[in-house]
Write a protein that binds this ligand. Sequence first.
Ligand code: APR
Length: 170
Amino acid sequence: MQVTLVQGDITAQQVDAVVNAANSSLLGGGGVDGAIHRRGGPAILAACRELRASHYGKGLPTGQAVATVAGDLPARWVIHTVGPVFSPAEDRSHLLASCYRESLRVADELGATSVAFPAISTGIYRWPIDDAARIALGAIRSAPTQVTDLRFVLFTPDAYGVFERTLGTG
Ligand code: APR
C-alpha cells in the first residue's frame, strides 16, 4: 500500500473513494461534510436519506462507515464515517482508529483501490491533530486491505506538516 500526503481539498481528489468526516445523522454539516455535499450535489444526500430510511434509522454509529454514490465529485464513491468527538476525560482513540479500519473494509467491499482520507475528528470534533495523525497512521498500517493508493488530504499547511512528521517517524 502506498501512503501519500496531499495538501488541498479532498473533494477534488481523483480517487475511487473519498472518505467523509460525517456525523451520525448522515444529513450533512460543515467542514469536509459540507464540502462533499456542496460539490457532490443532491445525489449524495438522497443516498444518505435512503440509508437512514433503510438500515440506519437511528443514524450511523461513531466509528462505523457506509458508502454512497459520489454525485458530481471526481470520485466514484463517498465513504461516510463518523469520528468521535474529542474528550479529555475519556479515551475514544479506539473509535477514531475504527473510522479508518471500517472505511478500508468498506473500500474493499466496493473494490476501491484508491482512497482519500481527511484528518477525521480534527476539526469541529476538536481532536488534537498530532494525536489524530498518530492514531490514523497506526490504524491504516495494521489494517488488512486491498487498497493500494491511500492518501491523506490535509486542508492546511500545519496539518500537512503534522502528518508528514508523524509519517516520517515510522
Ligand atoms: N478537504 C480536506 N480537509 C478538509 C476540508 C476539505 N474540503 N474541509 C475541512 N477539512 C479538514 C479540517 O481542517 C479538519 O482538519 O478536515 C478535518 C476534519 O474537520 P471537520 O470536517 O470539521 O470534521 P470533524 O472534526 O470530524 O467533525 C465532524 O463536522 O462537518 C461536521 O457534519 C460534520 O458533525 C460533523 C463534524
